[in-house]
Design a protein around this ligand. Structure first.
Ligand code: ARG
Ligand code: ZN
Length: 472
């Protein structure tokens, strides 16, 4: 799904049908100029990631993982729409042996080219055609370098595995168009030895058991970027309940105390989501949750959709850490429901998630947000840009802190009413879709009536300290 909002899709589909009728062809015709889809999407932050020529709508994944042998067997059914006449196309898949590929039920030829799976269907796919590619594969999944973030991809642990990573990780365990600009919905089922949990994104489904293995099922009905998928397998204490009428699933390793800081932090997930919904607009997904992992290779937390994963470092002090919960839940609005299409815009994710922590600190601890802003403003290194920070700095302080400073400076400039109206309009209009920095500036100008190009230039990209805003 690559439209600005999933809601425009019916219109797009109708347009495609109309075009097909006009040209008198609804499937392949001699006039079609079938050609290979691009092998990457051209995002300079992630060379090689993603593929062109089609737009994925849905992934149906069934995997079986055996922690003892570290072997994974998988079946993926990927439903997509061709966005050009396709003679062949690529999926991203790292390692793993592919044994069979089909397109709409017919065997397709396939070969590997590095981390690409190249699929050649028996017949060309006409532009606008919806098709389903099935892939059977198996092997030992690998970690995936995550640049500045460190440990990511498929991390085999003593009792299971942890799969996550940004800017990508999905290709470590299933064939995928691995770039945030192509969101899709997911059905995920995971078979693991009885007694182990297999946690993933979205609403939990029925579990079933056979031959010593339990199959866990998950459904993510809101479009999700591939880096926001996660899979956590192992001995976990899983708590399932309901919050605001929706399922909430949290999990903490069995090795950690039942009343330890990890469980205490996760226990406020619903309350914190409500706090954010009061400011950002309705919670965008149909389930809640969070998973704490104990593996020190996960030196970060990640906003995996509807169920963030939290590394152990956040709880080392023995005290609960609500800030990180606030941060990852804020991403459900900023980054997940409204996603970037190019990583250069990552301040739209991290700046707002950091700002959410400031809102929480003021609310929870009475710490003056304005004072915190002024203190940080005074010590900020303005030589580093928040917008387009470069791949090495995509998780740098300029993205997080300067990003959040920009958010608060906007609030000071346009005033509280316009500011919160901007945030709500952004999350409502672009829900389940995408947004760029340009889109955000346009919306901020529309809602506030102010001219803000120079403001955003100075705060996001200027190399000298921007003037403090005149309160609006
Ligand atoms: N999107 C993640 C977050 O901010 C990335 C974490 C990066 N952390 C780091 N230490 N590099 O929640
Ligand atoms: Zn973040």
């Amino acid at each position: 799904m690559r439209s600005t909002s999933a809601r425009v899709r019916p219109g797009l589909a109708a347009a495609v049908v109309a075009a097909a009728l006009l040209t008198g062809c609804s499937s392949a015709s001699p006039g079609d100029d079938f050609r290979p889809g691009a092998s990457e999407l051209g995002d300079p932050y992630v060379p090689g990631a993603g593929n062109g020529g089609y737009d994925v709508e849905h992934y149906r994944l069934a995997v079986d993982y055996d922690p003892a042998s570290d072997r994974l067997r998988g079946q993926a059914a990927v439903t997509a729409v061709a966005t050009q006449p396709l003679s062949r196309f690529n999926l991203d898949l790292q390692g793993l042996e592919v044994t069979a590929v089909g397109v709409d039920g017919d065997r397709a030829r396939h070969h590997r080219d590095g981390d690409e799976l190249v699929v050649t269907p028996a017949r060309g796919l006409a532009q606008g055609n919806r098709f389903t590619v099935t892939v059977e594969y198996a092997g030992r999944p690998g970690t995936r370098p995550n640049g500045p973030l460190g440990g990511g991809g498929f991390l085999h642990t003593e009792d299971g595995a942890i799969v996550l990573g940004q800017p990508y990780s999905a290709a470590a365990w299933f064939p995928v168009n691995d770039h945030p600009s192509d969101k899709a919905t997911y059905d995920i089922e995971v078979a693991v030895p009885d007694g182990l949990a297999a946690l993933s994104n979205g609403v939990p489904g029925e579990q079933s058991s056979a031959d010593g293995r339990t199959t866990w099922r998950w459904a993510q009905r809101a479009p999700m970027a591939s880096y926001l998928t996660t899979l956590v397998i192992g001995a976990y204490r899983v708590e399932t309940g309901t919050h605001a009428g929706k399922p909430i699933v949290t999990a903490v390793p069995e090795s950690l105390a039942e009343t330890g800081p990890e469980a205490v932090s996760l226990a406020r997930t619903g309350e914190i989501a409500d706090f954010l919904a009061d400011r950002f607009g309705p919670y965008p997904f149909d389930s809640y949750g969070g998973v704490v992992v104990a593996d020190p290779r996960v030196g970060y937390a990640l906003e995996t959709q509807s169920r963030p994963v939290y590394g152990p470092a956040f709880f080392l002090g023995g005290r609960p850490n609500f800030d990180v919960v606030v941060h990852e839940l804020a991403h459900q609005w900023f980054g997940n429901s409204v996603a970037v299409t190019r990583w250069r815009d990552i301040w739209l994710n991290e700046g707002f998630a950091t700002y959410a922590e400031w809102l929480w600190a003021e609310h929870e601890e009475g710490r003056s947000l304005q004072r915190a802003f002024e203190e940080l403003y005074a010590v900020t290194d303005w030589s580093l840009p928040a917008l387009d920070p470069g791949p090495e700095q995509m998780f740098g302080t300029a993205v997080y802190q300067r990003g959040a400073l920009t958010v608060h400076a906007l609030r000071r400039t346009v005033g509280d009413d316009a500011f919160f109206a901007i945030l709500r309009a952004w999350t409502a209009e672009r829900r389940d879709g995408y947004g760029t920095t340009g889109d955000f500036i346009e919306l901020a100008e529309r809602v506030s009536g102010a001219q803000l190009d120079d403001f955003f230039d100075a705060w996001l990209s200027g190399t000298t300290r921007p003037a403090l805003p005149e309160p609006g």
